[in-house]
Design a protein around this ligand. Structure first.
Ligand SMILES: C[S@@+](CC[C@H](N)C(=O)[O-])C[C@H]1O[C@@H](n2cnc3c(N)ncnc32)[C@H](O)[C@@H]1O
Length: 276
């Protein structure tokens, strides 16, 4: 009963799924995904016990609504409302909401529906914020917007209310604190940049730097030393190859789906790094 992501997310792994699946361990206890984003692998596997995490507050409102019957119903009503009112002007009104002082006390289902609606109607379908953390993608100028696939979103709602899924918000290090021997952790961080190209890191107002990639390597090693199965994906850069030289590095080709500069689209090499 696998499902698909609800939002298109920069660095989303939907198109790499077949390759990722080949590298997951045969057996594991709990599933951890500390950079969950659109959740392509989580929704393919639908594990019975999962701990998911992201630093992006707004994204997580969607998963929190999927995990609660009342919030879910209200989010769907709100999405229907957005679809019915969609226009260029309406898009910019909804986009402005995060600039308002009371935005963070807006009901969670309204914030979740806003993220989905903006994701489906904005240019290129991505979530990008400016240095203040405000969503700043222009309208995609669509005349009609479908915000959800009912079968898929219902499947995900069923998944979140029946499986044991913990939703955490914060830095990846805290999300794996309770991982233990026999668990499986999949890290899909913001990409390391190729020297000549900018990578997308505007998921939140915090950038993901080379220092963060090193911090992630240290976490990877610590988990690996504890007997946890660890898989990580990233660009095939020299820096990543040097950091993870003691582990198994597989190189795969992927289509770069989202880039603000259209010259940056095309095939890129990615790595899938496992400790098993
Ligand atoms: C490459 S995306 C993950 C894509 C996801 N695998 C998918 O299929 O859609 C990286 C994610 O890491 C999150 N992120 C950035 N810095 C983080 C941090 N320090 N801790 C946890 N999550 C972080 C971003 O908000 C983004 O959602």
């Amino acid at each position: 009963m696998n499902a698909k992501p609800i939002v298109k997310w920069a660095g989303g792994k939907r198109q790499l799924i077949d390759k990722l699946i080949k590298h997951i361990p045969n057996n594991y206890n709990r599933y951890f995904e500390p950079f969950v984003g659109g959740g392509a692998l989580l929704f393919e596997l639908l594990p019975n016990y999962a701990v998911i995490n992201d630093i992006n507050k707004e994204l997580l409102t969607i998963y929190r609504c999927l995990a609660n019957k009342k919030y879910f119903k209200s989010m769907i009503e709100e999405l229907n409302f957005h679809e019915g009112h969609h226009s260029e002007e309406y898009y910019y009104q909804v986009r402005e909401e995060d600039r308002k002082p009371d935005f963070l006390i807006t009901p969670i289902w309204q914030r979740a529906a806003r993220v989905i609606y903006l994701n489906k109607s904005c240019f290129n379908g991505l979530y990008r914020v400016n240095s203040k953390g405000y969503f700043n993608v222009p309208s995609g100028k669509k005349s009609k917007v479908n915000t959800y696939d009912f079968d898929n979103i219902s499947k995900l709602h069923r998944y979140f209310i029946t499986a044991d899924v913990t939703i955490l918000e914060g830095d990846f290090t805290d999300a794996v604190e309770n991982a233990a021997k026999g668990d499986f952790v999949y890290f899909d961080p913001p990409y390391d940049s190729f020297d000549d190209k900018d990578s997308f890191t505007a998921y939140s107002k915090h950038d993901f730097t080379k220092q963060d990639q090193i911090r992630l390597y240290n976490t990877y090693k610590k988990l690996s030393d504890k007997g946890i199965h660890v898989m990580l994906s990233n660009h095939n850069t020299q820096f990543i190859n040097e950091l993870y030289k003691d582990y198994n590095i597989q190189i795969v080709k992927a289509k770069r789906m989202i880039n603000s500069d259209s010259k940056g689209r095309g095939n890129v090499e990615e790595t899938i790094i496992t400790n098993y």
